[in-house]
Design a protein around this ligand. Structure first.
Ligand code: 8YV
Length: 329
C-alpha cells in the first residue's frame, strides 16, 4: 500500500528535483510545462497535501476552499505576492518561499540591468544589427555615468543590500536608500548606504533600483508624481515586481524624456508587456530572469523541495512564511 503523501509540482522543474521528491511523495508533475487554467490547477490539486508553486500560481481563499487536503504551498521564489497569506493562515495552510539562495544572483542581475540601461547597451546593439552604424559620432549612444554617481535603492532587504555593496565597493557610488525600516548602523556601514526619505531618494538618485516586495501598499509606488520628482538624466531599474511601477506613466515619462531610461525585468500583467513600453527605445526589457542562472534555479528548486519534505514528512519546514500555522498544530 502506498502511504506516501501526494503532492503536485505545478511547473516543469529539473528532473533531479522530481526524482528527489519521488523518494518521499507520490508526485504529480507538469514536466511538459503546460499552462493550466485555474480550474485545471484546482482539479489537479485534489487529494494533494502539498504543491510546489511558482509566482504564476495564485493560492487564495477560493483555491483553498476547493482544495481541502492542501497543507503546504512551497513557492519557488522569494517573493510571495501570489499567496494570500492571511487566507492560508486562516485555513491552517503553510506557505514557504526561497530566500537567500537567490540574493547574490539577483543583485548581479540588478546591476547588469542598471549598466545596460545607463550605457544604452541593447539600444546600441539594435542600431548596429540594423546596419545603421556607418560612422563614429561624438555623442553616439552617449549614456549616463555609473561609477561615482548616486545609486538610489528603494527596498533594502537582502537583494537591495547586495546591490548597494556592488555599487559602493565596486563602482565607488554614493548609495542612498529608503525602506520601511532602517538598517542597523553596522549594516549601513557595510553597505556604505545612507537612509533618506523617499522624496530625497527620488530627487538625488542618478540610478534608482526598485527591490521592494509587492503589496497593496507598494502598488504604483512609482507613478507619474514620483517620476516627475526624478532627475531628467536618471535611470530607473525594476527587478522587484510588476505593479510597483505604473507602466503607462513610465512609458509616458520615457517618451517625454522626463527620465533618461529604464531597465525592466518585471511588468504589470506579465508575461504581457504594455505596448507603450515596447514602443520606447530608451528602455531595456528582459523577461523576469533576475534569478535565472542554472546553479541558482537549482538551489531554489531544491529549497522548495526541502520545504515540502521538511514539513510534510518531518513536520519541520526550512523557510516558513506563516509559522503561526505550525504553532496551531
Ligand atoms: C522567480 C522571483 O523566478 O524569486 C522571486 O521572487 O521573482 C523569481 O526569482 C519567479 O517568481 C518564479 O517563481
Amino acid at each position: 500500500m502506498n502511504t506516501k503523501p501526494s503532492i503536485l509540482v505545478a511547473r516543469a522543474v529539473f528532473p533531479e528535483t522530481i526524482a528527489f521528491l519521488q523518494q518521499h511523495f507520490d508526485v504529480a508533475h507538469n514536466q511538459a510545462d503546460e499552462i493550466w487554467s485555474r480550474p485545471d490547477l484546482i482539479a489537479r490539486l485534489q487529494g494533494k497535501a502539498g504543491v510546489l508553486a511558482t509566482g504564476s500560481e495564485r493560492i487564495d481563499a477560493e483555491l483553498l476552499a476547493a482544495c481541502p487536503d492542501l497543507k503546504l504551498a512551497a513557492n519557488m521564489a522569494v517573493g510571495f505576492n501570489n499567496f494570500d497569506l492571511a487566507a492560508m493562515t486562516a485555513r491552517g495552510v503553510l506557505g514557504t518561499n526561497t530566500p537567500d539562495v537567490l540574493t547574490e544572483t539577483t543583485a548581479d542581475f540588478g546591476f547588469a540591468l542598471l549598466m545596460a540601461t545607463a550605457r544604452r547597451i541593447t539600444e546600441s546593439e539594435h542600431f548596429l544589427r540594423a546596419g545603421q552604424w556607418n560612422k563614429w559620432a561624438i555623442d553616439m549612444f552617449a549614456g549616463a555615468e555609473v561609477h561615482g554617481s548616486t545609486l538610489g535603492i528603494l527596498g533594502m532587504g537582502r537583494i537591495g543590500q547586495g546591490i548597494a555593496r556592488r555599487g559602493a565597493h565596486g563602482f565607488g557610488m554614493n548609495v542612498v536608500y529608503h525602506n520601511r525600516s532602517r538598517l542597523t548602523p553596522a549594516l549601513e556601514a557595510e553597505c556604505k548606504a545612507r537612509y533618506v526619505a523617499k522624496d530625497e531618494l527620488l530627487q538625488t538618485a542618478d540610478h534608482l533600483v526598485l527591490v521592494l516586495p509587492y503589496s497593496a501598499q507598494s502598488h504604483h509606488a512609482i507613478g507619474a508624481a514620483e517620476l516627475a520628482r526624478m532627475k531628467p538624466t536618471a535611470t530607473l531599474v525594476n527587478i522587484a515586481r510588476g505593479g510597483i511601477v505604473d507602466d503607462v506613466a513610465l512609458a509616458k515619462a520615457l517618451r517625454d524624456k522626463r527620465i533618461a531610461a529604464a531597465g525592466l525585468d518585471v511588468y504589470e500583467g506579465e508575461p504581457k508587456v504594455h505596448p507603450d513600453l515596447l514602443a520606447c527605445s530608451n528602455v531595456v526589457l528582459t523577461p523576469h530572469i533576475a534569478s535565472a542562472t542554472v546553479p541558482t534555479r537549482r538551489a531554489m528548486a531544491q529549497l522548495a523541495a526541502d520545504n515540502l519534505v521538511g514539513f510534510l514528512v518531518n513536520g519541520q519546514p526550512l523557510t516558513p512564511l506563516n509559522p503561526e500555522v505550525l504553532k496551531k498544530k
